[in-house]
Write a new protein. Sequence first.
Length: 388
Amino acid sequence: MRYLTAGESHGKQLTTIVEGVPAGMPLTSANINASLLRRQKGHGRGKRMQIEKDLVDICGGVRHGYTLGSPIAMVVKNDDFKHWEDIMGEDPVDVDKEIRRTVSRPRPGHADLNGAIKYGHRDMRNILERSSARETAARVAAGAVAKTMLNHLGINIVGFVHEIAGITAQDKPELSMEEKIEQSEASSVRCLDKTVEQQMKDAIDQAKKDGDSIGGICEVHVEGMPAGIGSYVHYDRKLDARIAFAVQSINAFKGVEFGIGFEASRRPGSKVHDEIIWSEEEGFKRRTNNLGGFEGGMTSGMPIVVKGVMKPIPTLYKPLQSVDIETKEVFNASIERSDSCAVPAAAVVMEHVVAFEIARAILEQFPNDQFEKLQVAIDQYREEVRCF
Ligand code: EPS
């Protein structure tokens, strides 16, 4: 299974094509829209989210509520396009129009300058339109297809906020998957620890007042994965590595860790590795889950626990120094609008990119043309694992 996305932030639409989904899987627009709606929420979002109402139009690959096995094409319209038709239209325009909204001033921390150098663009709108995190709506659409598949296979996933601007949520190991889903959904900062929720909101409001932006740490948990998914034999089939790649590829993400993550470097091996236990009913398990559900590039059967670090959004009201690419004059970057914090939304994006990688690994390991055969094969494998 693979996917591609296309579309610019203020262009007509975002397009996603997902290929390799088994035939006969129940899938409706409602599955996708629920995810798209969640991505739009969160304290700290800017004015753009008041303009957009992300809804999917499934244009291929689904009939009467079931996947066909053919590529699934999905479109999300940009409602803001009506304000940008002249600037973002695909047809040639006269010179007067062409220079409108030309961007020659790169924002520090954004893709503007490097992208302009790479493609030889003198108008950096040609970069920022595609490098914008608007594209994550298209990725969530792809991930929602994967998540629907996982849910039908008894694999559940949740994304939430672990930290915003240094304010850290307490871990909540006592919560069930259902409770994590419910409680993160009820929180405007998508956080499970109510005691820090207000502090996080205050930090976001303060950043907004200061014309600044703040980042944080998102966390994703996956339950119901049998052991042995992924591979230890080649680098590019290690599932934790693929998840790390996918998380790192989200706009503004700068790092990934599994389980106790970087803390493992500070502990002796005896305090890191999870002891193996066995019971007749459940088969093999681990006493702890410091390694976050992975050993040797494969799932261990324990919950997958992965964190991703998001830097503060680089589009700032507060000026940072930059240099105009035409005049070479130093200026202080200024902008029209931005999100002061998108960490709650990024947690939803992370949940969906992780879902995609997990679904992809499953489809590589089991029969992948017919969904019912996949379900049977997974059930049988689970039983084999339990009796191993
Ligand atoms: C973004 C800038 C803002 C965000 C946008 C990502 O958009 P605009 O330039 O239109 O104000 O709102 O995020 C989304 C549109 C979205 O759907 O998440 C950026 O530069 O990355």
